[in-house]
Design a protein around this ligand. Sequence first.
Ligand code: NAD
Ligand code: UGA
Length: 462
Amino acid sequence: MVVKNICCLGAGYVGGPTCSVIALKCPEIKVTVVDKSKERIAQWNSDKLPIYEPGLDEVVKACRGKNLFFSHDCNAAILEADLIFISVNTPTKTFGNGKGRAPDLKFVEGAARMIADVAQSNKIVVEKSTVPVNAAESIMKILKANQRPGVSYQILSNPEFLAEGTAINDLLNADRVLIGGEESPAGEAAIEELCQIYEHWIPRKRILTTNTWSSELSKLAANAMLAQRISSINSLSAVCEATGADIAEVARAVGLDSRIGPKFLQASIGFGGSCFQKDILNLVYICECLNLPQQAAYWQSVIDMNEHQKHRFTAKVIESLLNTVSGKKICILGFAFKKNTGDTRESAAIYVAKTLLDEGASISIYDPKVENSQIHEDLKYVGITPEHIESHLSIFKDAYSATKDCHAIILCTEWDEFVTLDYEAIYDQMMKPAYIFDGRKILDHNNLLRIGFHVETIGSRL
Ligand code: NAD
Ligand code: UGA
């Protein structure tokens, strides 16, 4: 079989950009991205895409209507596809067995059942969602139990390693593509089909093939190890603050060791995003289920350190503001979990905002890409009442209006535009003493001190 039609179930942060790039690089393949959310599909077909990702608009514009289609007709897309990506969400369970740790696989299972119900020809089913080890086996069980005569399936694991904010570049220049499959001639043939798609733009030596379980575990391992570096540097940031060492200097010195490398050593208010916490919890749960309590505790500590860092930073803000923020106006610059995305999932800014609102502060927020409705939704989700939001939260369209009459600024997201703001003008319109808490270590602290700000940051004393 030569793949001519691809279907992707799930038009989210992974399904949308991944399939747009496949369509761009494989003009002879028809790529249809489907989602059960009609609203999301309508956005993909509009001028304002549902996610902000640098470079994505251009790729979608180049292919949409040619060989890239967004549709909510899942059945039609499954019917005609030779290869189906499952790119649905796999959130942490909020109920029942494994609550708070195990991933909820209901959407993956739902996708598998849709395929089983509809398919009338052979399909390669590719698990792109991040899943626990052995999930491919569960998908296969569902497909086999509902198989029509004459229809056969191959399941591949092809985890996605893109990061938000750099997704298009990550997809175009992937460090590696990982494909896991069944160790049989049919499995190898399916792996080869998927390899050929990626080979349109990724050199063969960067396409790794392995067995399904190694592939599934490698994805969890990669995220766990990236997050572990952040928790390690964040733990050292507290040691720096207590001793007078500077975490930026420590990270530089450590990162120049070629065995360690410089990336992912940026101390911060804590990592956010939809995946690090979820995937480590998934790994912790797997270790617990395998009766490996020490291993579970080891990975759990990465999350515990992250929670502690968010708490430690916010406590420092309150302490600096003379131990009370009640009645004070505080500006949060940046609400997304990192720059160049409008995504707020697990953003540290949510924790900061909630804590300050609970303490009686009034909050003003500015983020260049996060929608107002998203901020409201996030704060409601963590238990702030609509009345409290109404009376204590204002959202602004620029940093200058947001900081006016504030007692303090907390920089939560490292947006480039925050580096070049006119801080003299901002200082002049703030209450005095004026405080800045740089949760990302991106500002020119000496300049801020010269202007008159009281400045605090992570991992160094000023
Ligand atoms: P998302 O929530 O943005 O998108 C998932 C989409 O799937 C939703 O729009 C939902 O409506 C849709 N969906 C659910 N069930 C469906 C079904 N049966 N048929 C059709 N559509 C269905 O999620 P995401 O951020 O794209 O993540 C998807 C998966 O990829 C997760 O497992 C995640 O861990 C993994 N991942 C995410 C990233 C990232 O940067 N966000 C990176 C690598 C891997
Ligand atoms: C992360 C991984 O980097 C991707 O490889 C992976 O595919 C993805 O998770 C996933 O599975 O979802 P993402 O969460 O989009 O990507 O973004 P990152 O750049 O990893 O940043 C995650 C968080 O860590 C952000 O809040 C960021 O600000 C923070 N971070 C990152 C630090 O605090 N310090 C650093 O040095 C690096």
